[in-house]
Design a protein around this ligand. Structure first.
Ligand code: IPM
Ligand code: MG
Length: 358
């Protein structure tokens, strides 16, 4: 029995719809296992721009820093798309939170549920009944945070973004990946573009170096173009994929769709301690906001990751995962994962269905 403080950021678009379901599930686990979850709401993203004029208010950062974990829905939408880069909700809120909170490691498990194997766009003879890949994405470095701006070039005013990595940043994400692999199938695929990029050559050599600390783990290197192809050609060859911020952004979306729907995949963003930020990997889907049709399972599964990684509540994490599996096994679906013409239920009802199984 414990007390845990959670900062809750609903964000924009479908953010409030899905977070509400995840909060329900959190409370249900609290009742069932006798924990107290104190949840404090905070504003970020477009909602914060509208309310107080900035995507990441100082109070929000404070609320997060004073919590044990952060649960986040999604941010951004067309309403704020015309703001200059640094004022946009995605950059201001998401990248701001990651940087301010030191969340350098982004874990994105791409797990295909048996019940959803027919939702995968990959042929059954390739994908089989299950898939379990863990993408480990570096989250506070690389081109996202490198020097950027405009300057006069030979053909006029040009824009630039710099990809940069230090050995320290590579080493710490490498260890996260190798540690994870030790608890899984002991294989790490490091993805880079070492045939072209200097930063990738450093990345590759540091991966080799850290691999020496993990003699049991097999390390392989793939160029990112090949990795993107291998993911659809033979996804089962992967166990842990470790890569830079931008390559991880791209490959994790690809991996998610292979499992059936981007609406299913959770993520954890971790720093040095147990503190973490948990969010679905999908975006704010403004076109379906407030319509009670979004799939809340990615956010609900993010709660499961929060229990496991930030609170060390392994049984509780499993209870959430198992509840989701049972719901899917019963054929209960939201629109995005329903087969053509099959019945489906709304966001709210999906949240209730998961709670009922806990
Ligand atoms: C993600 C998102 C963000 C990213 C965007 C919204 C800034 O795509 O979390 O994957 O690129 O990191
Ligand atoms: Mg992304």
């Amino acid at each position: 029995m414990g007390t845990y403080n959670i900062a809750v950021i609903k964000g924009d678009g479908i953010g409030p719809d899905i977070v509400e379901q995840a909060v329900k599930v959190t409370k249900k686990i609290g009742e069932r296992f006798g924990h107290k979850f104190n949840m404090t709401e905070a504003l970020a993203g477009g909602a914060a721009i509208d309310a107080v004029g900035t995507a990441l208010p100082k109070e929000t950062v404070e609320v997060c820093k004073n919590s044990d974990a952060v649960l986040l829905g999604a941010v951004g939408g067309p309403k704020w798309d015309n703001l200059p880069g640094e004022l946009r909700p995605e950059r201001g809120a998401l990248l701001g939170l990651r940087k301010e909170l030191g969340l350098f490691a982004n874990l994105r498990p791409a797990i295909m549920h048996r019940a959803l194997s027919n939702a995968s766009p990959i042929k059954h003879e390739i994908i089989g009944d299950s898939l379990d890949i863990l993408a480990v994405r570096e989250l506070t470095g690389g081109i996202y945070f490198g020097d950027k701006g405009y300057r006069e070039g030979a053909y006029g005013r040009e824009a630039y973004d710099v990809e940069r990595y230090s050995p320290f940043e590579i080493d710490r994400i490498a260890r996260i990946a190798f540690d994870a692999a030790m608890k899984r199938n002991k294989k790490v695929t490091s993805v880079d573009k070492a045939n072209v990029l200097e930063s990738s050559r450093l990345w590759r050599s540091r991966m080799e170096e850290i691999a020496k600390e993990y003699p049991e783990v097999e390390l392989e290197h793939l160029y990112v173009d090949n990795a993107a192809m291998q993911l659809v050609r033979n996804p089962k060859q992967f166990d842990v994929i470790v890569t830079s911020n931008m390559f991880g952004d791209i490959l994790s979306d690809e991996a998610s769709q292979i499992t059936g729907s981007i609406g299913m995949l959770p993520s954890a963003s971790l720093g040095e301690g147990s503190f973490g930020l948990y969010e679905p990997i999908h975006g704010s889907a403004p076109d379906i906001a407030g319509m009670n049709i979004a799939n809340p399972l990615a956010t609900i599964l993010s709660v499961s990751m929060m229990f496991k990684y930030s609170f060390g509540l392994v049984k509780e994490a499993k209870a959430v995962e198992d509840a989701v599996t049972r719901v899917l096994d019963k054929g209960i679906r939201t629109a995005d994962i329903a087969s053509d013409g099959a019945e489906y239920i709304g966001t709210d009802a999906m949240g209730d269905a998961v709670c009922a199984e806990i």
